[in-house]
Design a protein around this ligand. Structure first.
Ligand code: GUN
Length: 280
């Protein structure tokens, strides 16, 4: 059996078209969704991500600003910039690209963002809202994964979902979203000793570790749904995920590729969150 591909490019385009309609509607009230993206330092991957986010905003008809700072920017100066953006009425979403230079306390910066503008969903108020099922912004990557499951009409109720990775950005919020849809959820991580035993029981697997070949064909139950959040480079320097795509696609029922899977969905959900913030 060869898995059906979950096409993140096509699905993200669909969502972005819906966002554009929302933008047109808001324009009638004289409102333009505004996103501020803040980049500190010159991390090459971050530069690419940030460029793609700003480009997507422009294409959606958003107002966007990109603030780039030297890696030497002080924490106090960054906090002051966040404060200024909190009070800027043309800005509905604030995104501080991570990772930040080591001398800056990233959590402190995230907590300085107004929860009303936390379109990344990283603030503890957003995390708490997700945990308790209250209204709030959901982190874009796991939110995009949920949209992918929705797009294939997947019913999570009673299914066993296994999340590999426990980051605040992906693994933990992913597990909570799956739980909210009544899946039985297992979170695996670097100290999990029997990963294969667990993944072999999974109906849904989300791989979010940041390491190649974390999930191979022998670890997947036939017909399982596999979402690959990884963004790695292989020996030839080509972009690849955490999943051995070529092997796993012969076993899984559905699989998301890298590139062209979760990545474009993350950007689409950022637009969705920023539009939602502007609508509020
Ligand atoms: N670094 C890696 N992914 C993300 C993301 O979704 N948002 C931010 N702000 N930084 C990141």
């Amino acid at each position: 059996m060869t898995a059906q591909i979950i096409d993140g490019i096509a699905l993200s385009q669909k969502l972005r078209t819906q966002v554009s309609l929302g933008v047109a509607k808001l324009a009638q009230q004289g409102i333009k969704p505004g996103l501020a993206v803040v980049l500190v330092g010159d991390n090459p991957a971050s530069q690419v991500y940030v460029r793609n986010k700003v480009k997507a905003c422009d294409e959606a008809g958003f107002h966007s600003i990109l603030e780039k700072y030297d890696a030497t920017l002080s924490e106090a100066d960054l906090l002051q910039r966040v404060d200024a953006l909190n009070s800027d009425s043309s800005i509905h979403g604030i995104l501080v690209q991570l990772p930040l230079p080591a001398h800056i306390d990233a959590q402190k910066v995230i907590e300085a963002i107004s929860p009303a503008k936390d379109v990344d969903g990283f603030h503890i108020a957003s995390a708490g809202a997700l945990m308790t099922g209250m209204q709030g912004f959901w982190p874009c990557t796991p939110y995009g994964c949920m949209k992918m499951l929705e797009s294939i009409g997947y019913e999570l109720k009673g299914k066993h979902a296994v999340v590999i990775g426990r980051s605040n950005i992906v693994g933990k919020p992913m597990a909570l979203m799956l739980l909210q849809q009544n899946a039985t959820v297992t979170i695996c991580h670097s100290a999990t000793g029997n990963l294969k035993d667990i993944t072999l029981q999974a109906d849904v697997i989300v791989a979010a570790v940041g390491k190649r070949n974390v999930l191979t064909a022998d670890m997947v139950k036939p017909g399982a749904v596999v979402l690959d959040v990884g963004m790695n480079r292989n020996d030839e320097g080509k972009l690849c995920g955490d999943v051995d795509f070529e092997g796993v696609k012969e076993i899984a029922g559905y699989i998301s590729p890298v590139p062209g899977g979760v990545g474009p969905m993350t950007i689409a959900m950022l637009l969705v969150n920023t539009l939602k913030s502007a609508q509020r």
